[in-house]
Design a protein around this ligand. Structure first.
Ligand code: URP
Ligand code: ZN
Ligand code: ZN
Length: 461
């Protein structure tokens, strides 16, 4: 008889309706007019609440090695925190170290994640060593359900790829129907600015932002777009933060090029003023690209409405203030890059609905439906419909909460959104039919989450 979610308002990317949702096992069995189903083993009353497809965070970093340390959420803690916030799928990044193979990297990331996730998960692959073998191995990754490859125009000596290497990987993406994801910042120019700042004794966290100007994100984004155009490859710009980069994406899309972009909540709500907080507090906000002057935020919201930004992911990459961010005291370039947020994406974006920046449907589209379609998970994920996985969020739009380190579940000793009032909150979360969050408690388990071997992107066929 399953679980019946009744009296709620079902919100899909394609529309909103009053409907009851019947769950049988791991799947949605039916979506029907209110009252059609009268019996079920379990009934969840969603009166006054939204019934949403579970959030899909297409950009997270659990246990990611970076700058001599590693991001502090494990796959267990990070996916549990995600569930608390109404995210039922993450796509994390396996990170190829230079001199190693893509396939051994993939094995390593399966060892970290398999049996430990509370919600379903997939992987993208970070390609940091482009050579004949890794280009060949991209094909095997695709066969293993990992068909999106992140490259870096930043971080020379670590992840950085030359334009020639990017070109070769893009050619492989064109041949295989896979996707290149780009960290678009001009790392060569940035490293000069960083060296100049340090030589002049400018060492505070705000220098992280000042040495990575938005023009150098715009330039790299334009260059990546031209390389993609030459090779015919689809391109997905990750964590877009700057108006200049958005303008480049919009111009390319206007010509019909397959260019897509995501932004992140930190670029919508935080700014370089946070990086400039005194007493090294600014280090909590160090991520790349950096937080921008507030003026960029209106453009990003507009980009979300016009679909030049089609996905919101978190780039969740948590480093504790104590012991981890501290590594960069006296030298901002040694502050591990990353901001925590996997738990708050749905709530933060809901503030955009409350403020009139996004419609309800667009909220669901950028946080669930489009990531599912972009990364080969639709319609298994990203929609409330018969046959889809029963990844369901019952969301109370009237709840009032305040974000902070004392109440969050991410394994990190600060909140980037400390004290921020939020309208709305998750009531109940189902992951493949199992209740994982309800009544303010976690009912899931480590290992419930399954690896998702993804199909190719639906936007490319
Ligand atoms: O600062 C960031 N974004 N850290 C995570 C790694 C990346 O570039 O996405
Ligand atoms: Zn990046
Ligand atoms: Zn990232």
């Amino acid at each position: 008889m399953g679980t019946l979610i009744r009296n709620g308002t079902v919100v899909n990317a394609g529309g909103t309706l009053r409907a009851d949702v019947l769950v049988d096992g791991e799947k949605i069995a039916a979506v029907a007019a209110p009252g059609v189903f009268t019996e079920a083993d379990t009934v969840i009353d969603a009166d006054g609440k939204y019934v949403l497809p579970g959030g899909i965070d297409a950009h997270t970093h659990m246990e990611m090695p970076f700058g001599g340390t590693a991001s502090n959420d494990t796959f267990r803690t990070g996916t549990t925190a995600a569930a608390w916030g109404g995210t039922t799928t993450i796509i994390d990044f396996a990170v190829q170290a230079k001199g190693t193979s893509l396939l051994s990297t993939l094995d390593k990331w399966h060892e970290k994640a398999d049996g430990h996730c509370a919600i379903d998960y997939g992987f993208h692959m970070i390609v940091s060593d482009v050579n004949d073998q890794s280009l060949k191995e991209m094909e095997s990754c695709i066969g293993a359900g990992v068909n999106s490859f992140k490259m870096f125009m930043a971080y020379p000596g670590v992840f950085y790829a030359t334009d020639g290497e990017i070109l070769r990987a893009m050619q492989k993406a064109t041949d295989t129907g896979s996707m290149i994801m780009m960290h678009a910042e001009n790392g060569i120019a940035i490293d000069e600015l960083v060296a100049q700042a340090l030589a002049a004794g400018r060492t505070d966290p705000v220098q992280h932002g000042l040495t990575r100007p938005p023009e150098l994100e715009g330039e790299a984004t334009s260059r990546a777009i031209q390389l993609a155009r030459v090779t015919g490859a689809p391109l997905y710009i990750v964590h877009l933060s700057a108006s200049q980069a958005l303008a480049a994406v919009a111009a390319a899309r206007d010509t019909g090029q397959n260019v897509f972009a995501e932004t992140c909540p930190q670029y919508l709500y935080l700014s370089i003023e946070d990086l400039a907080r005194p007493d090294f507090e600014g280090s909590k906000f160090v991520a790349s690209p950096p937080l921008r002057p507030k003026e960029h935020q209106a453009d990003l919201w507009r980009g979300l409405r016009t679909n030049d930004l089609s996905v919101v992911s978190t780039d969740h990459c948590p480093f504790c203030f104590k012991d981890q961010k501290e590594l960069g005291r006296g030298d901002f370039s040694k502050i591990p890059n990353g901001i925590p947020g996997v738990e708050h994406r749905m709530d933060l974006l809901h503030q955009g609905v409350v403020a009139g920046e996004l419609t309800l449907q667009r909220w669901v589209e950028v946080s669930s439906a489009t990531p599912a379609r972009m990364f080969g998970l639709y319609p298994r994920k990203g929609i409330i419909a018969a046959g889809a996985d029963a990844d369901i969020v019952v969301y109370d739009p009237t709840r009032q909460q305040t974000l902070g380190v004392d109440t969050h579940h991410m394994n990190v000793d600060y909140s980037a959104y400390e004290g921020m009032p939020i309208t709305g909150g998750v009531s109940t979360v189902l992951s493949r039919g199992s209740v994982v969050i309800s009544d303010g408690a976690f009912h899931g388990r480590e290992g419930h989450g399954q690896f998702l071997a993804r199909e190719l992107s639906q936007y490319l066929v």
